[in-house]
Design a protein around this ligand. Structure first.
Ligand code: GLN
Length: 484
């Protein structure tokens, strides 16, 4: 059963070939057997999952099942789950049990999906390798000496290793697309405002967006359709009808205008990645897509711009962890100040502290204009580049990451090198656009991702392009060998 994607599993459940309880037991036993090495889960909720699965089976028996009823999934540990630990990969929240479900958890639960647990992630979603997690690194199932990417590394690796058919993730600067690429799976980050951020622990609020990992675009369309939509509890949620993504997957590629931003194909792109991406683009062309070179001249500003805005917002968002109301509190504080300092010093890891320091500095009086304001102006220039590009083309295509999965520990001591891992993904968040990564082959045995970028609220088109590509390739069906 672990070989099957959501659409196939749903057919099996409908045909009564197995129950959701049986399916969930199989998922739990694979996690038990394979996750000691991979470390993709922080918390597994066997009891809760089996209860939800039995509930789903009852709904099915009563004729009330929808397409996702009884399908297991995992949530990134950044989404609050009522009664179940939500750690955000941090010692700070190691014992935090949320009193409510995030909107995403609530919606997928209401659609009958069975939450089996919470996946490992970089601490507070800051990272590109999953090495900043308080719970230890996740290993890439294609090569356990390598990183799965980050920050949603646990979700990506769990789907790649066929532990779960789908998992949620969040993407502030690439954290869905980059791990999807490095793990050889499909991942989509929708338009900013498409998926509610309510109950999703904030990192950089103007960039954070929830999305999904699955094996195929067809599966991702089903889950995204269920989790997207207006939510009055999130002030940046956009009130716009969610189209039926699954129904729109069969649009042919003929006549589709595909832009190839030349900045994505320049220096720093590994040869093997370039070859796989070129071959993928050739497939789109064979199917009738029209290719055009375009330019995003300010793309080079995205790394410095992001690394001012994201830390600035994080320094403000993370000020709530003060040891007073919830989260970690140090032992025997001398006085109030000592409690603040030691609770934060001991509760946060090195990367989170670095970001808070950078952000606080960038926002401080006297520096605000030089850094934060400047970064906001650059952000506007980057958005304008995309706006112009989308006047001429329907989608943009390029490599998701300039490289394949790198070795564990290789970049841990070099933050700038680590920050460059997201060079192709950050601009999409700065502009608030939807982006997707799909498997596009291998370089030296490691997966390569193709990034698709769409105009605002055009995630349906991205899913359709990805689906057409997946009709003509089988990269998304390749699974890593099991490592137990
Ligand atoms: N790697 C980027 C960062 O560390 C993006 C992370 C993310 O998308 N959550 O900020």
């Amino acid at each position: 059963m672990h070989e099957l994607g959501i659409a196939e599993l749903a057919r099996g459940l409908d045909a009564g070939e197995y129950s959701s309880e049986e399916l969930t037991r199989e998922v739990l036993s694979r996690i038990e057997r394979l996750d000691k090495t991979l470390n993709t889960f922080i918390t597994v909720d066997a009891e809760g999952a089996l209860a939800a699965a039995r509930g789903a089976d009852e709904r099915r028996a009563a004729g009330q099942a929808g397409p996702l009823t009884g399908i297991p999934l995992a949530h990134k540990d950044i989404f609050c789950t009522n009664g179940l630990r939500t750690s955000c990969g941090s010692r700070m929240l190691d014992s935090f049990i949320a009193p409510y479900d995030a909107a995403v958890v609530e919606r997928l639960g209401a659609n009958g999906m069975v939450n089996v647990g919470k996946t490992n992630m970089d601490e507070f979603a800051m990272g590109s390798s999953n090495e900043t997690s308080y719970y230890g690194p996740v290993r890439n199932p294609w090569d356990t000496g390598r990183v799965p990417g980050g920050s949603s590394g646990g979700s990506a690796a769990a789907v790649a290793a066929r532990l779960v058919p789908a998992a949620t993730g969040t993407d502030t600067g690439g954290s869905i697309r980059q791990p999807a690429a490095l793990c050889g799976i499909t991942g989509i980050k929708p338009t900013y405002g498409r998926v509610s951020r309510w109950g999703m622990i904030a990192f950089a609020s103007s960039l954070d967006q929830g999305g999904v990992f699955a094996r195929s675009a067809e599966d991702a369309a089903m889950v995204l359709g269920a989790m997207a939509g207006f939510d009055e509890r999130d002030s940046t949620s956009v009130e716009q009808v969610v189209p039926d993504y699954s129904a729109a997957l069969d649009q042919p590629l003929k006549g589709l205008k595909v832009g190839l931003p030349k900045e994505f194909f320049g220096e720093g792109l590994e040869d093997g990645v370039r070859a796989a991406v070129d071959a993928a683009i050739a497939v789109l062309k064979e199917q009738g897509a029209e290719l055009r070179e375009v330019s995003l001249p300010n793309l080079g500003l995205s790394v410095p711009t992001y690394y001012v805005i994201a830390p600035a917002e994080c320094s403000s968002n993370l000020s709530r962890y003060d040891g007073v109301r919830f989260g970690y509190r140090c032992e025997d504080p001398r006085d109030l100040e000592d409690m603040y300092k030691r609770s934060r010093g001991e509760g946060f890891g090195a990367e989170v502290q670095r970001r808070i320091l950078v952000g606080t500095y960038a926002l401080s009086a006297g520096y605000y204009d030089a850094y934060y304001l400047k970064a906001q102006q650059c952000r506007r220039l980057i958005s304008e580049d995309f706006r112009k590009a989308f006047e001429a083309v329907d989608v943009l295509v390029g490599p998701t990451a300039p490289e394949t999965a790198f070795g564990l520990g290789e970049r841990a001591d070099d933050p700038v090198k680590m920050y460059l891992s997201d060079i192709n993904t950050l601009a999409v968040n700065l502009a608030g656009l939807p982006g997707m990564s799909i498997p596009a082959g291998f370089a030296d045995g490691l997966p390569v991702g193709l990034q698709l970028i769409g105009n605002y609220f055009d995630e349906g088109r991205l899913l359709a392009v990805a689906h057409q590509y997946q009709q003509h390739t089988d990269w998304h069906r390749r699974a890593p060998e099991e490592q137990s």
